[in-house]
Write a protein that binds this ligand. Structure first.
Ligand SMILES: [Zn+2]
Length: 74
C-alpha cells in the first residue's frame, strides 16, 4: 500500500513555496492602499505602488512613493 495518491501532501519534496505564483514573487500589497479599494501592489525592487482599482485587469500601473502616499488611507 504505497500508492502516492493516498497521501498527496505527504512527501519530503513538498515545499510551501511551490504554491506561490512566480509572477507575484516580487510583489507585496500595501494594506493602507489596498484598504481604500485599490490594488496596492508594491513592486519591491523599485518601491513603487499600483494605483489601479482592486482586481483590475491587465498589468499593474506603478506610481512613485509620493503618489502612493496620496493613495494611502489616513
Ligand atoms: Zn495592480
Amino acid at each position: 500500500m504505497t500508492s502516492p495518491e493516498d497521501h498527496p501532501h505527504d512527501g519530503p519534496n513538498i515545499h510551501e513555496q511551490s504554491q506561490f505564483r512566480p509572477d507575484l514573487s516580487s510583489l507585496h500589497v500595501r494594506e493602507d492602499v489596498a484598504i481604500t479599494g485599490l490594488c496596492g501592489n508594491v513592486h519591491l525592487p523599485t518601491g513603487r505602488t499600483c494605483d489601479l482599482p482592486e482586481r483590475h485587469e491587465g498589468s499593474c500601473h506603478f506610481v512613485g512613493p509620493e503618489d502612493a502616499e496620496n493613495l494611502a488611507a489616513r
